[in-house]
Structure formats: C-alpha cells, structure tokens
Design a protein around this ligand. Structure first.
Ligand SMILES: Cc1cc2nc3c(=O)[nH]c(=O)nc-3n(C[C@H](O)[C@H](O)[C@H](O)COP(=O)(O)OP(=O)(O)OC[C@H]3O[C@@H](n4cnc5c(N)ncnc54)[C@H](O)[C@@H]3O)c2cc1C
Length: 512
C-alpha cells in the first residue's frame, strides 16, 4: 500500500469494526519499531505520526549502528553488548540500509596508543561472534593511507576498528513498510490530540488528519507513547501537570565535500575539548562531521544549530584534518534533539536498561523513551511486552529477530551509502509518493532522498521539479506547487551556513 487513500480507507474500517489491539503514537525509530514488533506478534496495530515518519530526531542522527565507544569508556558494558548484538541483527535484516564501516582513531600522543588499543580490543571481545573485524594498531604510514586527509604534523599512528553505518530516514521508511507488510496501519500527518478514557482507563486516541482537519476517535486496547523528546506532551494529556521525564540535548552535524577526507574510512576523535566524541564520516558522497551535546529547554520540530556549535565542530575538525573546512564549505547543517531521560515523572516504571525507560501511567498509557536508533528493536520488545500486559492482550512473543525489513532483497541505488547520492527522478518520486508515504516536497528531498541533509542549495534547486512531478501524482494544482516550493526554500534556509558568522549569523527560516 503506502498510498494515503487506501490507508485512510483501512482506518475507517478499523473504526467501524473492533478498533485496534495496539495504537502507537509517534513515527520515529521507537514508534515504528513498536509497530513492527506488535504486528509481528499478530496484534492489530495502528501507528499515528503527526508529521512525516522520522521528521523528528530519527532523521538527524550521526547514522551509526554502533555499540558506542563512548559507553565503553563510561563502563556501560551491558548497553554496549546489547547494541553490538543489535548491530548484527540489523546487518542481517536490513543489508540494504546498513553497512559495515571502518573507523580510524589518529593518535598524536604516544600514551594514547596502549589505552585506545586496549579499549578497542575489549570492544572486539564484547562483540564476540558479532565482531565485524578485529581492531588493529596502524603505523603512521598506514594511518595516512587510511585517512588521506588527516593532519600529518605530529601524527604517531592510529587504531582501526569496525562498526556500522546506515541511512536513518531510509531505515524508518523500511520499518513503516515492514509494519504494513505485517498488517499494521502506519499513518503520517495524523496528530494525536487527546486520549480517550473509559472509567479512568485509556481506551483509544483522538487524532486529526493534518491534511483535511478530519477528526477520528480510534479505539485501542493499549496505547504506546513513542513521541521521543515530545513524550511529556502526551503524558500531560493523560495527566495534566505531570512532572516531565525528558531532558533534551541538542546535537549538530555539518556536511562537507568528501575531498576533506577522501577514502572509505571514518575518523574518530575520542576525546574532544568538551569531553565528547567527534566523528568525520563518509556518508553517500559527502562527509558528516559531528556532534555536539547542548542542553535545550525548547522542543522545536526544526531545531537550529547554534553558531557556537558550528564553530566548535569546525575548530575541532581543523585540529585533525590537513585541510580544514571553513563555514563556506558547509553544504548543510542539521540539528537533532536527543530524548534523554532525566527527570522522575512518578508512576510505576519498568526501567529495562540505563538507556531507555518504559513507564506505565495509572490510566494505562505506556511511554517508551530514551535509548538510541541502534537498539530500537530491543526497545520495541520491552514496550510491547508491557503494553500487551496493560491491555490484557493474549501473551505472544515478538518475532522480529529474523524479520527481514522491507526491500532487503532489492538493490536500491538510492540507498547505496558508499556511492553518489542519486537525485530524485520521476520514477523515484513516483515510488516515494505511491509506496513510501511522501506527501510534500520536503518528504521527498529531506527523507526519501537525503538531498536537504547533504546539500541544502542543491535541494532548493531540485524543489520546483519535484513539486511539479508530485502535483501530477497527487492531483494538485500550480498554487500547491508554488506553496510547496516556497515552504521548502524557507525550511532549507535553516540548513545553510553563511560564510561570515559575525555578519548576522545564518539565514533564519520561517517557523515550521
Ligand atoms: C545528534 C544525534 C545523533 C544521534 N546519533 C545516533 C547514532 O549515530 N546512532 C544511534 O543509534 N542513535 C543515535 N541517536 C539517537 C537516536 O537518533 C534517537 O534515540 C532516536 O532517533 C529517537 O527516536 P524516537 O522515535 O524516540 O523519537 P523521534 O524520532 O523524535 O520520533 C518521535 C515522533 O513523535 C511524533 N509526535 C510527537 N507528538 C505527536 C503526537 N501528538 N501525535 C503524533 N505524533 C507525534 C514526532 O513528530 C516524531 O516524529 C542520535 C541522536 C541525536 C540527537
């Protein structure tokens, strides 16, 4: 399916019939993972996303499927082990979206070598049979060969290790399609505005179609709140005044041309000045450099990079690259909000790892939050286990361990991470609209194709042609085309960096 009219028809049929076993609110990694999991158990499942799938944090990640060397340094071994085993599951079930990637840590101080070598050796050990290749100490020449753009001055050598990389928005769409293959109903542009209750227990959701304004009451035996950094909004619909759980932290990435670090390996700096990890990663035919960790209070749908974050990334990259990118070299900048669990919201919690949390409210709202992309499948198992008990559903086990994701058997040029990013052509736009839920120019240029994230100016140049093709497919007129192009250009302004920060910072987009 994937076409909205058919999805809405199925929605009306569900309302007229029994409703659903499971209603999931939020169409990012967590919610889509829950939809696949619930449907794999044979529960009738509906998922409602207010905007587009992966519009939130799930299209703004560093795009690593990884155990996390940072968590290793923090001693969070169970999390690293869990993530490494999920890495193996993802490589097996979604080979069209995920690929192994070698990382090299360049060392400029002798004492770094044994410490890093031991740490990454331990990473191999934790991976066990899920290892993608052993970590290796590299001499100076081998390091320069692996990272042709690395700063050579003072370089001693490096350590190479293996992890994996993916296209986050691509994986999200594959999950939506997989959930549909398993019988679920995933709907984007359908915002949940309220929770239906019967004698104090949640018995469904009130949703509104963002395109038509039509309101739906959708009965469900249990409701999962998978709204990421916005999770407190739904928790407060359930119980007004409830204390917040989420402490959002912003992370920013810059995208530059690949010739600043040619080659196929990624570069990792394990200890930046602010105690973070910095990655320079080949992604399609560009490099993604990030990230930052800035506490934020607001929860905008389109978070904007702070000038200080851009400057920090460029200054840190300059210490490790022979030829450093400047502001004028940045093709795109994107920011995302990590849904870190930081508060005590009260209520009974079923904390299942230090990284993610499942909470059940007195009225039965199941909230799943925190965690990371890599572990979305484990998070989904935990959330659906709890939801099934809460909704008195028949006890059935998750069947996602060997579930291949939609498209796993297809060679899709658009998704080949190691090669040039294809631009949307007519056939690709048709596929996006008819089979991948795309409704707007932004859906196509930001998430079905990653053009906006790779090169904001190029994305703007593509927008009119994409809009015209989409209008033909969706039965829209020239006014729609003009409005879509204007809206996209305003959005894309926020992904561009002006050469001179002091001259008044970046272009400010219209509010999304
Ligand atoms: C900078 C950065 C880098 C990261 N890098 C990595 C990485 O390399 N690897 C990794 O494994 N993880 C990474 N992560 C973590 C990972 O991206 C997140 O944990 C994950 O994407 C969160 O997914 P989510 O579904 O919980 O939230 P989201 O993706 O934000 O999804 C929540 C959705 O809920 C929707 N919503 C909100 N309210 C409503 C409503 N009322 N009705 C309907 N829908 C609603 C929103 O529109 C949104 O789409 C990174 C995170 C950040 C910020």
């Amino acid at each position: 399916m994937g076409a909205r009219t058919e999805l809405l028809r199925a929605l009306r049929k569900g309302v007229a019939g029994q409703g659903w076993d499971v209603a999931i609110v939020g169409g990012g990694a967590t919610g889509l993972g829950c939809a696949v999991d619930a449907a794999s158990r044979g529960y009738s499942t509906i998922l409602l996303e207010a905007h587009d799938f992966a519009k939130g944090t799930s299209s703004r990640a560093t795009k690593l499927v990884h155990g996390g060397v940072r968590y290793l340094a923090q001693g969070n071994l169970s999390l690293v082990r869990e993530a490494l085993s999920e890495r193996a599951v993802l490589l097996a079930n979604a080979p069209h979206q995920v690929r192994p990637l070698r990382f090299v840590v360049p060392t400029y101080r002798w004492h770094q070598m044994p410490v890093l070598g031991a740490g990454l050796g331990f990473y191999d050990l934790l991976a066990g049979r899920d290892s993608l290749g052993r970590s290796r100490v590299l001499g100076r020449d081998a390091t320069c060969e692996a990272l042709p753009g690395v700063r050579r001055d003072g370089l001693h050598g490096g350590i190479a290790y293996w992890d994996a990389q993916f296209d986050d928005a691509g994986l999200a769409i594959a999950l939506a399609r997989t959930s549909e293959d398993l019988g679920a109903l995933p709907l984007n542009y359908m915002a949940v505005e309220g929770l239906a209750k019967d004698s104090g227990r949640i018995c469904g959701v009130d949703a509104r179609d963002a395109e038509t304004g039509e309101h739906f009451r959708l009965p469900a035996r249990c409701v999962i709140n998978a709204t990421g950094v916005w999770a407190d909004g739904l928790r407060q619909m359930d119980r007004p005044g409830k204390r917040g759980l989420i402490r959002p932290s912003q992370g920013v990435h810059l995208v530059v041309d690949a010739d600043f670090l040619p080659g196929s390996d990624a570069l990792l700096v394990p200890d930046t000045e602010d105690g973070r990890v910095l990655f320079v990663i080949p992604w399609f035919d560009k490099l993604v450099i990030g990230t930052t960790d800035t506490p934020r209070d607001e929860l905008p749908l389109e978070p904007r990079a702070l000038e200080a974050e851009i400057d920090f990334i460029l200054a840190t990259a300059a210490r490790y690259l022979g030829r450093a990118p400047g502001r004028e070299d940045v093709r795109s900048v994107f920011a995302g909000l990590r849904p870190l669990v930081g508060g005590d919201g009260g209520g009974s919690t079923a904390g299942l790892s230090r990284e993610h949390l499942v909470e059940v409210s007195d009225s039965g709202l199941v909230t799943i939050t925190g965690g990371k992309w890599t572990t979305y499948r484990r998070m989904a198992i935990d959330a659906v286990d709890v939801a099934a008990r809460t909704g008195n559903l028949p006890n059935r086990a998750s069947a996602t361990l060997h579930q291949r994701l939609h498209g796993a058997g297809l060679a899709d040029a658009r998704r080949r991470l190691a090669t040039a990013h294809a631009l949307p052509d007519e056939a690709g736009i048709r596929l996006a609209v008819e089979s991948e839920y795309a409704r707007t120019v932004e859906d196509v240029l930001a998430r079905r194709y990653r053009t906006l994230f790779l090169d904001a100016a190029q994305a703007c140049a593509e927008a009119p042609a994409v809009a015209r093709t989409m209008a033909g497919l969706l039965g829209q007129d020239s006014a729609w085309v003009a409005a879509q192009v204007a809206r996209f250009e305003a959005l894309a302004a926020g992904y561009r960096v002006l050469g001179d920060a002091s001259a008044g910072a970046r272009l400010q987009p219209a509010d999304q």
